[in-house]
Design a binder for this molecule. Structure first.
Ligand SMILES: [Zn+2]
Length: 426
C-alpha cells in the first residue's frame, strides 16, 4: 500500500526524535517524565529547538505548554492544532503522548522538505502533565491553559515527595494561581480545530492485519466508586458452616459475577460499556483461616453514553442491595466521581474519515476508553478529533510498543486532513 510516500520518508526523522527523548528520560526499563518537573521542561526545550530548526515558531502559554507554529499564508485565519502530552507515568512507555507531538513535527518536516506553506497557521501543542500518576490530577496542562484548575488541585501532594502541584508549577516558572481563574488563558477563537494522534493503548487495532488506524468516535465518560466496603462478620473458617456465615468476600464475588453477566448481555444489545474492579482487598484482620468480615473494592463504569453509564450504575446499586440482603452483608457505597462522555466533533470526524480514504489508509471508527486532553479541549467548545495508532503491550508500562509504519499511517491521515482543510481555506 502506498500511503503518502512523503510522510513515510520521515521515518528516520521521527525515530531519531523518539530515541532522543527516550534517552533523555530513561528510567529503569521505561521512561519517566513527571509533569511540571525539570525533566519535562528539558523535553519541551528539546522539542522547541527541534521545531525551530524546521523554521517553526516556539512559545509557551501561561500554563507552560509549548506551542510550535508553522506560519500559514494567511495568519489571520484560526489555526489547525495538533499535539498531545509530553509527560509520562513513572516507568512508562515512550509513545504515550509523545507520538502525538512527533506526528506534528513529522508534518512540519515533510512540508519543510516539500516547500509546502499551509494556508493557515499549523500549530503543534506540547502539553504538560496529562498523567495523574504523580499528583493525582490528570489533564493539568490543558485544564490550566483553560483556567480550569481549582485551589484544591494546587494543594494536591506529590505521591512520594514533599511538594504540591501548585509548588511544582511555580518551580517551573509559571503562576499557578492564574490557572484557577475560570476563563481561558489562550485565545480559543484562534483555533479552528484540535486533532490529537495517540496510541490506542488497547488491543483492538493491533489485532487487525489491514486496518491499523482508528478514528475516535468519542471519549468514554465514567462513574467511579473508589471504595465500596462490604461488611459481613469475621468468623472461623473451619468452625462456621455455610448457613451461619456472613462472608464479605463471597458476597462481593457474587456481585462481580452478576455484573459481568449483565455487562455481556448489554454488549449483546449493542450498548457501549466497560466495567472494572481494579482494586480489591480483605480487611486488616484477614487470615487464611478466617471468613472475611470485610471486603473493599473499586467499581469503574465507562460508556460513550451518559445514559448507559447511569443505568448500569443504578443496576450496580440495586444488585448490591439484593445480594447484600441474600448474603446477610451490607455494601457501604462511597460518593461516586463522574466524568462526562465527550463525543468528538462530527465535522472533524467526517474530515478525518474522508482524508484517510484519500490518503489510502484503511481506518475503523472506535471509542476511546482512556481519557485524553482532547476531551478537556473539546469541552471548551473547540472542534476536536482523534486518530488512534495500533500499539503493542498496552500502555502505562515499560513494555508499551508501537511499530513505525503504523505511526506513519496515522501521520498520513493527519497530513491529508490538514492539507484538505487548507485547500478549502484558499
Ligand atoms: Zn496519553
Amino acid at each position: 500500500m502506498s500511503a503518502r510516500p512523503d510522510i513515510f520518508t520521515a521515518r528516520r526523522y521521527a525515530s531519531s526524535i523518539f530515541d532522543a527523548v527516550g534517552r533523555m528520560t530513561a528510567y529503569h526499563r521505561g521512561v519517566k517524565r513527571q509533569g511540571y518537573s525539570d525533566t519535562e521542561t528539558d523535553v519541551l526545550e528539546y522539542l522547541a529547538s527541534t521545531g525551530q530548526s524546521l523554521g517553526m515558531e516556539a512559545e509557551y502559554d501561561r500554563a507552560g505548554n509549548l506551542w510550535l507554529t508553522v506560519p500559514g499564508a494567511d495568519r489571520s485565519l484560526p489555526a489547525l492544532v495538533t499535539g498531545s502530552h509530553a509527560d509520562s507515568v513513572p516507568e512508562g512507555g515512550n509513545f504515550d503522548g509523545l507520538a502525538g507531538i512527533i506526528a506534528g513535527l513529522v508534518l512540519a518536516y515533510s512540508w519543510h522538505r516539500r516547500g509546502y506553506v499551509p494556508a493557515r497557521d499549523f500549530r503543534v501543542l506540547c502539553l504538560r502533565c496529562e498523567e495523574n500518576a504523580f499528583f493525582g490530577r490528570a489533564y493539568v496542562g490543558s485544564s490550566g491553559m483553560l483556567g480550569l484548575l481549582t485551589q484544591d488541585d494546587l494543594l494536591l501532594r506529590h505521591r512520594t515527595e514533599d511538594t504540591t502541584l501548585g509548588e511544582a508549577i511555580s518551580a517551573c516558572g509559571f503562576d499557578s494561581q492564574l490557572l484557577t481563574c475560570g476563563k481561558p488563558l489562550i485565545d480559543i477563537s484562534k483555533i479552528a480545530a484540535f486533532i490529537e494522534l495517540h496510541i490506542e493503548q488497547g488491543p483492538v487495532l493491533d489485532q487487525e492485519s489491514e486496518i491499523r488506524t482508528g478514528i475516535v468516535t468519542g471519549i468514554r465518560g465514567s462513574v467511579l466508586h473508589k471504595h465500596i466496603v462490604c461488611r459481613g462478620e469475621t468468623a472461623h473458617g473451619g468452625a462456621v458452616d455455610y448457613e451461619y456465615r456472613r462472608d464479605a468476600f463471597m458476597a462481593s464475588a457474587v456481585l462481580a459475577a452478576e455484573m459481568e453477566k449483565h455487562w455481556t448481555k448489554w454488549l449483546e444489545d449493542g450498548e457501549d460499556l466497560v466495567y472494572t474492579t481494579g482494586v480489591a482487598f480483605t480487611g486488616e484482620n484477614a487470615a487464611y483461616s478466617a471468613v472475611p468480615g470485610e471486603f473493599t473494592f473499586s467499581a469503574d463504569i465507562r460508556s460513550l453514553s451518559a445514559e448507559t453509564r447511569d443505568r448500569f450504575h443504578e443496576l450496580l446499586l440495586a444488585e448490591a442491595e439484593r445480594i447484600g440482603r441474600e448474603h446477610r452483608v451490607e455494601f457501604l457505597i462511597d460518593q461516586p466521581v463522574y466524568m462526562v462522555p465527550t463525543p468528538t466533533t462530527d465535522d472533524v470526524r467526517r474530515r478525518l474519515l474522508q482524508a484517510a480514504e484519500r490518503a489510502n489508509v484503511p481506518v475503523r471508527e472506535l471509542p476511546s476508553g482512556a481519557g485524553h486532553d482532547a476531551a478537556v479541549i473539546a469541552s471548551a467548545g473547540i472542534p476536536t478529533g482523534m486518530i488512534f495508532v495500533a500499539n503493542q503491550n498496552g500502555s502505562h508500562n515499560p513494555f508499551e510498543d508501537m511499530q513505525m509504519p503504523d505511526f506513519l499511517r496515522g501521520c498520513a491521515v493527519l497530513a491529508q486532513t490538514i492539507e484538505d482543510w487548507d485547500a478549502e481555506s484558499v
